[in-house]
Design a protein around this ligand. Structure first.
Ligand SMILES: Nc1ncnc2c1ncn2[C@@H]1O[C@H](COP(=O)(O)OP(=O)(O)OP(=O)(O)O)[C@@H](O)[C@H]1O
Length: 234
């Protein structure tokens, strides 16, 4: 069995009185890309936020790189090497691409430099001196991913990267995920699009009503109309 970089068991979380996650079990192997799928409101974003400590887990265990991280604040989880790219872009719009990357650097242990990132994201290289405010949503999303890599993560949680992007940008986004994988970074990507999941992921986890109801190869999921109808299509 491949070594697990992330292991989530019985994770419960919610907002105030609203319970959203009812015991999520999932894992991510080192260097693997897994797609967390499910309809709107199934709990994908909530799962990523609870793993990252942005929403305090109410029960369950989250083990990352061999240690329990449930209950730790997000900045400590990030420092341990878990990156997080939220749906809304978190960049400094007044800064240029290169400046945004410099801000993301983690002192001491970054093997990533802006130059290396520009090799991995050639489209960002072309606009390195452009202010982020003058970039498209998709380009800003790509910059958010690149900036997360400056923190030298071992694994990255990526929330709905393809949502609302033009098809050509979605393709670039898929390439970016595959390049992260090629660099040995494990990625848990929350995604509604089966096409995107099939393009990037080895394995799919399907959430419904706050728990993982199906798990398997993306190809099996594509072929199984019954499962798709039950958990994915409207
Ligand atoms: N800040 C919040 N306060 C209260 N309820 C919330 C909050 N954020 C999400 N929820 C609720 O939690 C449930 C799961 O939402 P979540 O965003 O995790 O779903 P999702 O699978 O990521 O779907 P989407 O694709 O719509 O983001 C939904 O019922 C949603 O209404």
């Amino acid at each position: 069995m491949a070594e697990r970089v992330l292991e989530v068991t019985g994770l419960r979380a919610g907002y105030g009185p609203a319970e959203v996650l009812f015991g999520v079990d999932l894992h991510l192997a080192r260097g693997e890309v897994a797609a967390l799928m499910g309809r709107n409101g199934a709990g994908k974003s909530t799962t990523l936020k609870a793993i990252m400590g942005l929403l305090p887990p109410r029960a369950g265990s989250v083990r990352f790189a061999g240690r329990e991280i449930a209950g730790l604040p997000p900045y400590r989880i990030a420092r341990l090497g878990l990156g997080y790219v939220p749906e809304d872009r978190r960049i400094f719009t007044d800064l240029t691409v290169a400046e945004n990357l410099a801000v993301g650097r983690r002192p001491g242990r970054s093997s990533w430099t802006p130059e290396r990132l520009f090799e991995v994201f050639p489209n960002l290289a072309e606009m390195r001196h452009r202010r982020a405010a003058a970039m498209s949503g998709g380009e800003q999303q790509m910059l958010t991913i690149a900036r997360t890599l400056m923190g030298n993560p071992e694994a990255v949680l990526l929330d709905e990267p393809s949502e609302g992007l033009a098809p050509v940008i979605v393709e670039q986004m898929a390439e970016a995920v595959l390049r992260m994988k090629a660099e040995g970074i494990a990625v848990l990507v929350s995604e509604q699009s089966l096409d995107f999941a099939a393009a990037v992921a080895d394995r799919a986890l399907v959430l419904e009503k706050g728990a993982v109801r199906w798990e398997g190869d993306v190809a099996t999921l594509e072929a199984d109309e019954g499962v798709r109808r039950a958990y994915l299509t409207l």
